[in-house]
Design a protein around this ligand. Sequence first.
Ligand code: THU
Length: 131
Amino acid sequence: MASYFEKLQALQAHAHAPYSHFQVAAILVLKDGTEVRGVNVENASFGGTICAERSAFVSAVSQTGKVDQFAAIHLLAGKGEQFVMPCGMCRQVMSEFVGSDFPVYLYNTQGASRTVTMGELLPFAFSQADL
Ligand code: THU
């Protein structure tokens, strides 16, 4: 069975990144083991671009109608030994649906991985409780 890294490598080819040429792949794993894929989809009107992480979450909510079934996300982007971190907007969107212990598995192009949690990525998040 393919590893998450191998699946992410294949998924990067689905990214639509003709402007940045920066391909990002995300596999969002649900609590029942379902894997929902996301890639960055850029647009000639640059603000229309959506990141891979948000693509995956939007797809998962669209496909399942559930917002409380997220177990982990695996991400691959960048070059060399670098680990690319989710952007601020993706951190905010992810925090809507996951707790502070939610694991974010980052892979570099060598296949090495490191794990960070949602709470580490976005402490003191703005949330529904603030409204
Ligand atoms: N991008 C992502 O997909 N996820 C991130 O967390 C950071 C940035 C995409 C957006 C754009 O298509 C490209 O990477 C360069 O910013």
